[in-house]
Design a protein around this ligand. Structure first.
Ligand SMILES: Cc1cc2nc3c(=O)[nH]c(=O)nc-3n(C[C@H](O)[C@H](O)[C@H](O)COP(=O)(O)OP(=O)(O)OC[C@H]3O[C@@H](n4cnc5c(N)ncnc54)[C@H](O)[C@@H]3O)c2cc1C
Length: 492
């Protein structure tokens, strides 16, 4: 059979994963990327002796990265190394409580019982329930297309349906956590996991209590050289196995002939292919690349996930009380989320996340200094005045962190760069600058994500954080897997 040509639009983490899988399956794969660099949101920059990962900072489920080296039949050690973190995250509360979340489950529960009003058994039981929710649903919701009948004819699906009541779909995450834990600080700790897919704990269903399992059971990791090594190692791997990259090439249109994807138009040129995969956000894929084709309006109108406002700060001091991941909680979590998702504004007391890779990668900052990636969750871009929001948030963050660390950090900032939802949108063509596509703020969200294929246009596929199974590095890698399996099956 003639080798089939595949065009992938976008070299985000999902586009890279898809290209590696399809090339390993024998396809002739070309990736067209608008930016001058691969990786999309997963990129980095250096300035004045500091290196910063620009986007994702938390690395979980490394097995999905490992799988890509296996399918490409290349030793991962030639490309990518990472180590497990024993301290997952340090937490700081407004009432002065501090809590260091440890990777080891038993030690974590022991520490939680010492810090909060809870016994170890309650914490362990919560984690066990979290694991069973994941085990029951992962193969159905995350690893297969939800839009193919075959998915529903499996033993796993029947098992999930029989156990539907144990999935806590009919309550919100915050109500579920409030039922299990008396201590509001521990509720806030577990409510935070809603932000891992850009949702609100006060709206997202209780099934999201499976997310702590990913962190606690599979662990958290730091790549040698920082997060950017994930995308760079996959880019090198893809090139080594023969994927062709066209950087600085924006795709303007997907060519469709006789209800079949036939290629793309880029720089005014028609480039033909047998299969097209869009790693571009699904909203601009329809609005710009598929103009004139009927769009699934209900899906495209789903409210977006949260976005982020990030200050990249060069800090001229080291803080031993901080680790790679640090959270400074807001006092009133519910109001903070009401501002983000209902008012579409930013509360004056936001939860602040500080990621410091120089803790594990010393050369990321000059001696005696730290590289702070200081982030707050903010609404997606619907035309807010980001200039004023940035000004107010900067002051509020500095005041809060200075108070909780007992040190005026404003005097320590010698380098600063800022990323806001508008710049996330313009750099990656992500609709409204949302980090994870649509939010999961209702129990049907999983079914309201766009499928990985299009019924009415043959040979057109979709991967990435805005489509099934969702955003975040692990799910984006899984969408690449689902797409490559769908293509393989269609071509058998
Ligand atoms: C600040 C921030 C923090 C985050 N934190 C985490 C975290 O800690 N852990 C985690 O797992 N996830 C995190 N995420 C989410 C994660 O980064 C994303 O879910 C994931 O990287 C999305 O990958 P993707 O392949 O879907 O798309 P993207 O990274 O958005 O890449 C899409 C690519 O397609 C290109 N493109 C789009 N349209 C076209 C076109 N027409 N022609 C050519 N090219 C095009 C874009 O230029 C871009 O390079 C974070 C994201 C951000 C921004």
């Amino acid at each position: 059979m003639k080798q089939q040509k595949v065009i992938v639009i976008g070299a985000g983490i999902s586009g890279l994963a898809t290209s590696i899988r399809l090339r390993s399956q024998g396809y002739d794969v070309s990736v067209f990327e608008a930016n001058s660099y691969p990786g999309g949101k997963l990129t980095a920059f250096s300035a004045e002796g500091y290196r910063f990962d620009m986007g994702p900072s938390l690395f979980t489920m490394p097995q999905f990265v490992e799988e890509l080296f296996k399918v490409a039949d290349k030793p991962i050690s030639d490309y990518f190394e990472y180590k497990k973190k024993e301290v997952v995250c340090n937490y700081f509360y407004e009432d002065g409580t501090t809590f260091s979340a440890l990777a080891d489950e038993e030690k974590f529960a022991e520490q939680a019982a010492k810090t909060f009003e809870v016994d170890e058994a309650t914490v362990l039981n919560y984690l066990h329930r979290s694991k069973s929710k994941y085990d029951l649903t992962a193969s159905l919701f995350l690893e297969k297309s939800l839009h193919k009948t075959s998915t529903y004819l499996s033993k796993d699906t029947l098992k999930a349906i029989f156990n539907i009541n144990s999935l806590d779909l009919n309550t919100t995450l915050s109500n579920y956590n409030a039922k299990v834990f008396k201590d509001e600080r521990l509720q806030q700790f577990y409510n935070r996991f809603a932000t891992y897919n850009g949702s609100s704990p006060y709206q997202t269903p209780g099934i999201m209590s499976m997310i702590p399992h990913l962190e606690q059971y599979f662990g958290t990791y730091i790549p040698k050289g920082g997060m950017h090594q994930i995308s760079m190692s996959l880019y090198t791997l893809a090139q080594d196995i023969g994927v062709k990259f066209h950087l600085n090439t924006n795709v303007d249109e997907i060519l469709v002939e006789k209800s079949k994807a036939a290629g793309i138009i880029a720089n005014g040129k028609h480039i033909y292919a047998d299969i097209v995969v869009s790693n571009s956000d699904v909203v601009p894929t329809y609005r710009r690349l598929l103009k004139g084709h009927k769009a699934p309006e209900r899906i495209l109108k789903q409210p977006r996930s949260s976005s982020a406002l990030i200050f990249y700060w060069g800090i001229t001091r080291e803080f031993p009380e901080l680790d790679l991941h640090n959270i400074f909680f807001s006092k009133d979590y519910e109001t903070e989320f009401d501002y983000i998702f209902n008012k579409k504004e930013v509360h004056h007391d936001p939860t602040v996340y500080i990621n410091i890779t120089s803790k594990d990668v010393p050369k990321d900052a000059p001696d005696g200094c730290e590289n702070w990636f200081t982030m707050i969750n903010v609404p997606s871009n619907t035309g807010q005045d980001w200039g004023s929001i940035i000004k107010a948030a900067r002051q509020n963050i500095i005041t809060k962190v200075s108070r909780l660390l007992n040190e005026d950090i404003s005097k320590l900032i010698t380098y600063e760069a800022v990323l806001d939802p508008k710049s996330i949108e313009s750099k990656t063509q992500s609709y409204q600058g949302a980090l994870y596509g649509a939010s999961s703020n209702n129990k049907y969200a999983a079914f309201l994500r766009h499928p990985n294929f299009k019924q009415s246009i043959k040979n057109l596929y979709f991967c990435g954080g805005s489509v099934h199974p969702g955003g975040g590095i692990p799910l984006c890698l899984l969408s690449g897997k689902i797409v490559s399996e769908l293509i393989q099956k269609a071509n058998q």
